[in-house]
Ligand binder design. Sequence first.
Ligand code: IPE
Ligand code: IPE
Ligand code: MG
Length: 242
Amino acid sequence: MSSLKDEIDMQNLPVHIAIIMDGNGRWAKKRFLPRKLGHKAGADPLENITKAADKLGVKHLTVYAFSTENWKRSDEEVKGIMDLLRNYLDRYVAKADKEDIKIDIIGERSRLDQDIQEKIKLIESISADKPGLNLHIALNYGGRDDLLRGFKKIAGRIEDGSLRAEDITEEMISENLDTGFYPDPELVIRTSGEERISNFMLWQIAYSEFVFNSKLWPDYTEEDLYGDICYYQNRDRRFGGR
Ligand code: IPE
Ligand code: IPE
Ligand code: MG
C-alpha cells in the first residue's frame, strides 16, 4: 500500500512540530459517550504520532494536552484527564528501558497534584539521555502565562542589578520561556477543524505555518501526519522577504 510518507521531502523536514490535540469531546459526543472516554481514545494517537514523528527524524514534538483555561471544565472531566496523564507517565516508566524518546513537560507545575509533579520529575530524569525525539507535553500551559513567568524572571535580574532594561534581547525572552533553548515550531497542526490558537505558544509561533485538519484527535493517524507535513512542505515560507 502506498503511503504519503513517501511523498515527504526529507531534506525539508520540520525540526519542531507542535500539535493542538483537539476534538476529544466531540468524538465522544458522536458516540453518546462521556467526554472522559474521548480523552481516553486520544491516548493511542498520541503514542502513534510520537512514534511516527520519531521514526521520520523530527527532533521536537510539542503536544498541547491541557491549557491554563481547561481548569474551567467539570471536576470530573479534569480528574479524568489527570488520571490519563498518570497512566501515561506510569506506562512510560514501566517500559523505560525499551523507550527511545525523551519527555519533558512545559507549563506551570505547581497547580498539578503532588504525585503528578513527582512522576514528571521521575520521567524527565529517566528519559533525559534517550537518543530519540524530544516530546514536550504542554500541561497547565498557557502562552500568556509562559510569557508572564518569563518576564518575571527577566525583571528579577533587573531588580538585582545584573541586567539593564535596555540590554533585553529577543533571544533572552525566548530563553526565559518554557521552550528555553529549543527551536520555534515550523509547523503547528490543530485537529478538529477549529481555527484558533487557544493561548498556545504565542511568542514561539511568530513565523510558524498552520495546518488546520478537520479530523477529531482520536481519529488522527500517522497518514494524517504525513499528509499535513506534505501540505506544509508545499507552502512558500517568506519570513517577510520576497
Ligand atoms: C481536546 O479535546 C483535549 C483537551 C482540551 C484537554 P476537547 O476536550 O477540547 O474536545 P472538544 O473540543 O470538546 O471536541
Ligand atoms: C485547546 O483546546 C487546548 C488543548 C487542546 C489542550 P480547547 O478545546 O481547550 O480550546 P477552545 O476552548 O476550543 O479554544
Ligand atoms: Mg476543544
